[in-house]
Design a protein around this ligand. Structure first.
Ligand code: FAD
Length: 324
């Protein structure tokens, strides 16, 4: 297979009900660097109901160009409408690689596209690079329970697809008024080609509290001791304008819902301040929070590994320290 005609790096900028999912803009940050390394254009692909303003903003966030597909059938995500639109776009424009946010919808779209396009997908990447000599994307993601980082290549097929979790990269600097071409593609998917219907939207805790966007996070672990005792963490969060989250041990104990879990199999967060309270600091937990600007750890065990990633550490009983 000759890859010569496959050019440019695409970032899928997801929208839902005409609102952007921030991960799309975040991906323009590594996207810019990768596209420059590839000697390619960075193209934002924006699909939605009425989303031209989002395409314009993608250019202000650093995309050279945007491809815009609008239609009522894209107002809410469906696997069929979005994957048909993406396949049509890919067949026409032939991008070399596509970055997709690992949101619920992105995790659905990525694999469907990989099947439709007969190519490979690396899911949940935490690092992205481009091997100039070989002409391949180098996708990095945790493997074997987070104990090693695997570098994954897709040398035999194009486009190369990867999903990246929200919060792994920071949004790039917005340059107001930055200009670029917006190409409108008139793609419509007939109702009978869409096999699912959105009947009702139920807002989950995950959507109600957006951990990835929180500036202060008060996170508790098994050391908090019980569901009831999370009240002292909530009180602290209320006083400082924070959001409560937790480790997996807390979810496994049924003290808080899975949507609030931080870590390798939970959310990746990078708040200004992250309080790790009664959390030991297992690698699978720190993988989801170590990029926080300031980490404050409270733990009664001074040898707990969480102190290795913490900027400030308090050794002592959380039941005495947190209320203070
Ligand atoms: P523990 O390790 O039990 O630590 C509790 C801590 O609380 C201890 O350090 C203790 O000293 C301290 N403590 C106890 N009482 C007090 C007190 N009164 N005052 C102060 N400190 C106190 N974990 C995640 O968090 N997120 C993930 O996404 C995740 N994904 C995983 C994926 C895989 C494939 C695997 C194998 C594991 C994963 N884990 C994940 C689990 C992870 O390995 C740890 O088991 C988990 O993070 C431990 O949670 P913890 O720190 O709350 O509990």
């Amino acid at each position: 297979m000759s890859f010569e005609e496959y050019k440019n790096l695409w970032v899928f900028v997801e929208t839902e009900e005409n609102e952007v999912k921030p991960v799309g803009y975040e991906l323009l940050n590594p996207g810019r660097e990768l596209a420059d390394k590839m000697g390619a254009k960075l193209v934002a692909v924006v699909i939605g109901g009425k989303v031209e303003d989002i395409a314009k903003k993608a250019i202000e966030y650093g995309a050279d160009e945007a491809i815009l597909v609008e239609g009522d059938e894209y107002f809410n995500y469906t696997t069929d409408a979005y994957s048909i639109a993406m396949k049509t776009l890919v067949d026409k424009h032939k991008p070399s690689a596509i970055l997709i946010g690992a949101t619920n919808n992105g995790r659905d779209l990525g694999p469907k596209m990989a099947c439709d396009l007969n190519t490979g997908l690396t899911a949940d990447c935490t690092g992205l690079d481009y091997d100039v000599e070989a002409g391949n994307m180098v996708w990095t993601r945790p493997a074997f329970g987070g104990n090693l980082m695997a570098m994954i290549l897709c040398p035999d097929n194009r486009p190369q697809l990867g999903t990246v979790r929200p919060g792994v990269f920071k949004k790039p600097e917005l340059v107001e008024g930055r200009e670029g071409t917006i190409t409108r593609e008139d793609i419509h998917v007939a109702a009978d080609q869409i096999r699912t219907k959105l009947i009702k939207r139920i807002e989950e805790v995950a959507e109600a509290v957006n951990l990835e966007e929180a500036e202060i996070i008060v996170s508790g672990g098994r050391g908090v001791g019980s569901a009831e005792n999370f009240k002292i963490l909530q009180d602290l969060a209320d006083v400082i304008g924070g959001t409560v989250s937790c480790s997996r041990a807390v979810v496994d104990n049924g003290w808080l819902p899975k949507e609030l879990q931080v870590g390798q199999t939970g959310k990746t967060v990078r708040p200004n301040v992250y309080f790790a309270i009664g959390i030991s600091g297992a690698i699978q937990h720190t993988a989801g929070m170590e990029e926080s600007d300031i980490i404050v750890a409270i733990n009664k065990d001074e040898t707990a590994p969480i102190f290795d990633v913490a900027d400030y550490g308090i050794v002592g009983d959380l039941n005495k320290i947190v209320p203070k």
